[in-house]
Design a protein around this ligand. Sequence first.
Ligand SMILES: [Mn+2]
Length: 567
Amino acid sequence: MGNQLLELVQGSLELHGEPGGIAVQVRPLKSESFLISVATGTFAEGLIDFYVVYKAGFDEVNSGNLFNHYDPFIVSISSRSDEFVCLFSLFDQDGDGKISADEVEHILASMAGVIAIEDRQALRDLVGFDGEVGLAAFSGWAQGRPGLAIASCLRQIFELVDSDGSGSLSFQELEVLLAALAPSCADLPEADRLLAALDRDGDNCISVEEFLQLLEADAVIELSLADLKRLKKTLAQYVNASSRSRVALVEVDCDLGAGTPGAGSGIDLLKQAAARQQGLRQISDRLIEEIKGQTRPTARAAELGSATATPHARHIETIAGVMRDAAALVASTFERGLFPIVIAGDHSTAAATIAGIRQAHPDRRLGVVWIDAHADIHSPYTTPSGNMHGMPLAIASAHDNTIESINEPDSTTRLLWKELQDLNGTGSPSITLEDLIYVAVRDTEPAENVTLEQFSIPVITTEDVRRLGPEQAAQRCLAHLSQVELIYVSFDVDCMDSTICKGTGTPVPGGLWADEARQLTRSLLADPRVCCWEICEINPHLDSLNTLAEVSLSVYQDVLEVLDARL
Ligand SMILES: [Mn+2]
């Protein structure tokens, strides 16, 4: 058998590195020799997995003629080599590639009910003069002992269920596990008895050693290796899915872009309210990854004062700094594979969000749904107020609208304005205006209307939402963006009616009701192309009854629920 295998290895050497080929691993041993393992994938006709372990001296390795001078000390053929490697690594606690005499004793103790007395002695005998057992020898021993494979599988299942790594399971966790292991056993009175019997030390939880008693001859449950492997796979998928964070919160605390300061405090208000609500807390814990070391880009009027040297883009120097940080932060969440939810102060920094998305996805066409009372598409050339929260879409689309110019911005403003339009680093604007659609916009200025007309930017009005229903209104938005690959949804709370949102800098009557805003948001976010959602302009200083905070919290919760189901 050994010679045939070696011929097979020799004949297959050219396959090295190709699918179905062989993998060679060389590890130096003491006393100037190498341990060389050769493991194969699958051979076309025979579905054979095998591995050969050589012990070779320096000379053979250096001459490149290894396989003519082999000295195989163990040759094993098995379809279970992966299993043995897995078992071995379970027992090789310090991970040095060998099982020491102490580790052997640990195996024997933890597998008390699994390993027959004669087998125990056989394992001890393997501990050679150097006091260790290698993988090859261990695999040789483990072969022909199916109980071991079941035990290792059970141990892995135990670890999957014991997600906090405490090393023990509660009765309740174990009941769930037993139901999965043996559905017929779940509602039997046997289950209780079994639990009590397993808990040998009576501490009301089951350690892994106690759990492995399931393998003993008189256990109620019959375990087949195939069933266990299936269960392990299901559990692993489940654990993987449930522990994967899918959302990152990006907080951008800037209120310098608004005429009225205070919008930055809305971030903490929303977060604190979210933390107080149990349902939201649970979904947040599951869904949101805390990005360690992340600092919140911040610029507050309360600290920096209201004086500005750039009247046509007030505080553009400070806001540009916040936006650089915010864009980098948003881009980094995509690199981590997370969905960014941006909680922002005023709306100016949404241009940074868009730049960050663009930076992370330079080759994908990006569309925008802008839900707002205002069109936010002024430039320093057209703005009557100089407030930058009216300008993010002119930054994102690099549309200055100079034909409607009423201002002559200073050189600092012009320089920084251009820099912000280039923030995505791609050399082209983050969006084109044909990929923009507005919802609930109702307070625009003549210069903005020119742009809306020039680029045929549609507005789904409050009346449209009411007539069509929020679901259909959302479908209109998505249909307008049918050609884009990614969608960013920006939610300025002033999209809602001024009776709800007194707590924002620029309330406007004739806006959406809370339920309309919520249903619209849910329908939009369900589209798999939506890759980022932003909420902004919550100003607690203006929100005496806290109505806006409560409504904003509901919208935020809707978004988390939809993402939880979607991602
Ligand atoms: Mn806005």
